[in-house]
Ligand binder design. Sequence first.
Ligand code: HEC
Length: 219
Amino acid sequence: MPNLRKFSPLLLLAIFAFVGCRQDMHDQPRYKPLAQSDFYPDMRSARQPVEGTVARGQLHEDTYFYTGMVGNKPGDYMPFPVTQDVLERGQQRFDIYCTPCHSRNGDGKGAVVQRGFQSPPSYHTDRLRNAPLGYFFGVITNGFGAMPDYAEQVPPRDRWDIVAYIRALQLSQNATQADVPAGQKVPSAAPEFRGDPGSGATLPLPAPPSQNKTGEDSK
Ligand code: HEC
């Protein structure tokens, strides 16, 4: 113990020094939120922002982009052009945030539902196929019945990407030959194949790997 005693005054000093610092930080002059002040003539410690001030990220001038509403009805257009990137982002976000309940193809039989959560309606009903795009944006933003909102997790731009992807999903589950662009159509050649595979009718499907491709294996 004698050793320790030798150092104790120093130790004590150090402790006081630290406590002192700490106390100082606590006691520095400051106002509690909205407390009265006698420094300003209007007695307010909270100052009015300079006129015309807009907090960053709060200038929601494009109402449609942030609400999906035109007046008091959901609108039915995308606020920006839909590209392949938009759809891919939408698919990725959808797969993360919506598939647990709605499933990958949107039939409402996601993993959480299979374990007992309330089953959402399939996206592939006439009602939801005809629902305007802004309606889907609204459901993600505000929630719907038993479904919580995803406004916090999914920013507006991503919500629109998801909306575009849902519409693509709906089209994909309800497509006809007429929806396939000319030139990409697969002729409905199935009957010609029946019983006579050698008739010469062909489907424009990828050809079997040809002999000259065998070199690829040696890569
Ligand atoms: C936790 C499960 C769950 C998740 C995750 C979820 N939903 Fe839902 N969703 C539901 C349920 C349940 C309903 C039906 C609610 C009701 O009718 O009370 C629903 C309904 C809907 C509807 C149909 C509304 C109508 O008019 O019937 C849409 C559109 C929808 N969800 C979109 C989404 C999108 C987009 C996401 C991802 C951002 C998502 N949901 C994520 C559970 C979920």
